[in-house]
Write a protein that binds this ligand. Structure first.
Ligand code: ATP
Ligand code: MG
Ligand code: MG
Length: 382
């Protein structure tokens, strides 16, 4: 088996294809779209629904192992695949990460600090929620990403109104916590239980979407303690899940210096894209290595980097007309590495690509990122 399988044809699948193919593996992608970022670079694109039994069996028959690039893949699909092929991460880990209620209680049971919260499933649970949860954020338990499916609520009355407006879907109500910063850690863990953690990235969000990730090989003195703690917690979480594959854990660093886990993603993560250009082995290479049963790669980070997400907004000028961004100017920035995902149509808020600017020092990487951001007319104030 030289074939590796991917459920989902988005940009994470595409970057996986690149990494796996460069090591000589062939990749089969299952995605219902005729043209998708991973489908067009895969060795085989099986165009079918994620729950198409025949397509799943074909993928399982072809591949040595199968993974997924998005959380919301139907659990039954993973279970069907698992009957005949190695699936990593397993459906249990994915199920926990798919559901904020399960995720929060799993983290709390594993001894990982989380923000004060309550599960809201039944009418009445909002009436009984503790006062310490207001002001808070009401987050749908399922299907939320990039800040979608969540509402900030100042009071209990607002929360009740918001929950009604959301159609009373299961939610987590979380206290709004005072953020000093947000960081995330990507870990890779193999079937033998060995794991490696990447240098944490410092993340800045805009409108609920990751905008900028900054990473230094060596954290500044003031951040070393919580970077180490975050890396340890992320590896502990992977161990507690008996996780096989690549996992990302997002953290809040609170104003008082405490670290709380926010959520996890059972796959490579947007904040880990810097690993493609700045690390010995990228998060996608690790994913391929783990699936193929090969040794874990070296996660060492070789230089400082600043990653800018490139959203579809960048294609619209001040008049709202579509025009191609100035890639020549971006590519002219010292240390800039451009990654475009091959999406046909630019839409506002849609992730179209990213630019990682590398530097011998963080200052140099920031200077380059400022130039790249100016070329793309993205605000940059890091
Ligand atoms: P992702 O795209 O990362 O999966 P998501 O839609 O699942 O995003 P969260 O990560 O839960 O959403 O929240 C999005 C952002 O909202 C966080 O990165 C943080 O900036 C802010 N946020 C979320 N929860 C809280 C909280 N309890 N207190 C303060 N800020 C919060
Ligand atoms: Mg999320
Ligand atoms: Mg998040």
């Amino acid at each position: 088996g030289n074939w590796l399988g991917m459920l989902g044809g988005g940009q994470l699948g595409r970057m996986f294809c690149h990494a796996a193919q460069s090591m000589g593996y062939k990749v089969a992608v299952l995605d219902p779209a005729a043209e998708c970022p991973a489908g067009v670079v895969a060795d085989l694109h099986i165009q079918a629904a994620y729950d198409d039994a025949q397509a799943l069996d074909r993928l399982a028959g072809l591949c040595a192992a199968v993974t997924t690039e998005f959380e919301n893949v139907p659990a039954q699909s993973l279970e069907r695949l698992a009957q005949s092929v190695r699936v990593s991460p397993d459906s249990r880990s994915v199920a926990i990460a798919q559901d904020r209620i399960a995720e929060k209680s799993f983290l709390a049971r594993a001894g990982v600090p989380v923000a004060p919260h309550a599960a809201i499933v039944q009418p009445g649970e909002l009436e009984q929620a503790g006062n310490e949860l207001f002001p808070g954020i009401l987050k749908s338990a399922r299907l939320g990403y990039d800040g979608k499916g969540q509402v900030r609520v100042a009071s209990r009355a607002e929360a009740i109104e918001a929950w009604e407006a959301m159609g009373r879907v299961p939610c987590v109500l979380e206290a709004l916590v005072p953020l000093a910063s947000e960081i995330s850690v990507v870990v890779a863990r193999n079937a033998q239980g060995q794991s490696v953690a990447y240098a944490p990235s410092l993340n800045e969000h805009r409108d609920g979407i990751l905008a900028v990730s900054t990473v230094e090989p060596q954290a500044p003195k003031s951040a070393q303690a919580f970077h180490q703690a975050a890396a340890r917690i992320a590896q502990d979480v992977a161990h507690a899940l008996d996780y096989v594959g690549v996992l990302c854990v997002e953290f809040f660093v609170l104003n008082d210096g405490r670290l709380v886990a926010n959520e996890m993603a059972p796959r490579p993560h947007n904040s880990g894209h810097y690993t493609i250009d700045a690390c010995i082995s990228s998060q996608f290479e690790q994913q391929a290595r783990v699936m193929a049963g090969q040794p874990l790669g070296d996660p060492s980070c070789l230089c400082a980097s600043v990653m800018l997400n490139v959203l579809g907004d960048v294609w619209f000028d001040a008049q709202g007309e579509l025009r191609e961004p100035d890639w020549t100017r971006v590519l002219g920035v010292p240390g800039a590495k451009l990654h475009l995902y091959g999406k046909a149509e630019a839409r506002r808020g849609r992730k179209m690509g990213h630019v990682t600017v590398l530097g011998a020092t963080l200052g140099a990487a920031r200077e380059g990122a400022r130039e790249a951001a100016a070329a793309l007319r993205i605000p940059f104030d890091v």
